[in-house]
Design a protein around this ligand. Structure first.
Ligand SMILES: [Zn+2]
Length: 252
C-alpha cells in the first residue's frame, strides 16, 4: 500500500508550502522529477515526509515558497520542527558530499542518518551545536541583553555555544560572566528547543543573580540591563524558546 508522502522541497533557503492546508505538497517521486538524493525526514505507519533540494520549484496550485521561520506562524510547532529537521538534514547532506578525511565521495547509509566514506569508512552524522540560554533573575528583575544582530529594540536572555569538554552548567556560568560580567547561582533547567538556524539545540535555564555589575562584552553585547515586569523592552518572537523562558519567568 502506498503511504501518503509529503515533499519538503527547498530552493534558495525557502520551502514550498501550502499555507491553506498548513502542510507540504503531497505526491509521488515521479511528480517531482524522481530525485536521487531525497532524504526521509520522518516516517509513521500512515505517512512520511521527504526532503530534497531543487533547482526550481514545480508549479503546484496554492503552494508558495516560505521561510522555515514563517512555518511556525502558518502551521504551528510540530510542522515547524519537521521543516527545521528537513533543512538541517539537507544542509548536512550538501556539506558532506566528500569524506572530510580522505576526500572520496560519500554514500548515504540506509536506515540511519549517516554518510559513509566507501574508501576509509569514516561516518559523518548530522552536526548539532548545543547552546545554553540563561535568564538571570534578581527578585522580580530580569537581566535582558541585546546582541548587535537582533532586530531593532529587541532584548533577550543570554546565550552561547557549549565548548568542547564543557558541561552545560559550566557553559552557563562562563557565558554570563563573559557577556555581562555577572555571577550566577542556583541554575535551574527550563526546557530545550531544536533551533535550525543553522543547527543549534538550545538548552534553557533560569539562574539567580549572585554578584557583579553588568558590563556588556564589546562586540557581543550591544546593551544589557535589569528590567522590571512593567518596564520590559521588545521581546523575541514566540517561535523562540527565549520568549517562552521570559514568559515563564513573568508568570511566576
Ligand atoms: Zn574517507
Amino acid at each position: 500500500m502506498d503511504k501518503t508522502t509529503y515533499w519538503i522541497l527547498r530552493c534558495e533557503h525557502r520551502l514550498l508550502f501550502l499555507a491553506d492546508g498548513a502542510q507540504f505538497p503531497v505526491g509521488h517521486a515521479a511528480d517531482f522529477g524522481n530525485p536521487e538524493r531525497a532524504l526521509i525526514v520522518s516516517e509513521s505507519p500512515e505517512c512520511r515526509h521527504v526532503a530534497v533540494d531543487v533547482a526550481e520549484f514545480p508549479k503546484i496550485p496554492g503552494a508558495e515558497p516560505v521561510s522555515v521561520r514563517a512555518i511556525f506562524t502558518l502551521a504551528g510547532p510540530e510542522i515547524f520542527a519537521l521543516a527545521g529537521r528537513a533543512t538541517q538534514l539537507l544542509d548536512w547532506q550538501a556539506n558532506h558530499r566528500y569524506c572530510g578525511r580522505c576526500g572520496t565521495p560519500t554514500e548515504i547509509v540506509a536506515d540511519e542518518p549517516a554518510m559513509r566514506c566507501p574508501a576509509c569508512g569514516l561516518l559523518a552524522y548530522p552536526r548539532l551545536s548545543p547552546a545554553v540560554m540563561v535568564l538571570v533573575r534578581d527578585g522580580e528583575r530580569l537581566l535582558l541583553a541585546r546582541s548587535p544582530h537582533f532586530k531593532p529594540g529587541v532584548y533577550s536572555a543570554l546565550a552561547g555555544f557549549v565548548e568542547p569538554g564543557e558541561t552545560l552548567e559550566q557553559c552557563a556560568v562562563r557565558e554570563v560572566r563573559e557577556e555581562v560580567g555577572v555571577e550566577i547561582a542556583n541554575l535551574r533547567y527550563f526546557s530545550s528547543q531544536p533551533w535550525p538556524f543553522p543547527n543549534s539545540l538550545m538548552i534553557a535555564f533560569f539562574a539567580d543573580y549572585a554578584g557583579g555589575t553588568i558590563t556588556p562584552q564589546p562586540g557581543e553585547i550591544e546593551d544589557a540591563g535589569w528590567y522590571l515586569p512593567a518596564e520590559l523592552p521588545l521581546l523575541p518572537d514566540p517561535v523562540s524558546i527565549a520568549r517562552r523562558l521570559i514568559d515563564a519567568a513573568l508568570a511566576t
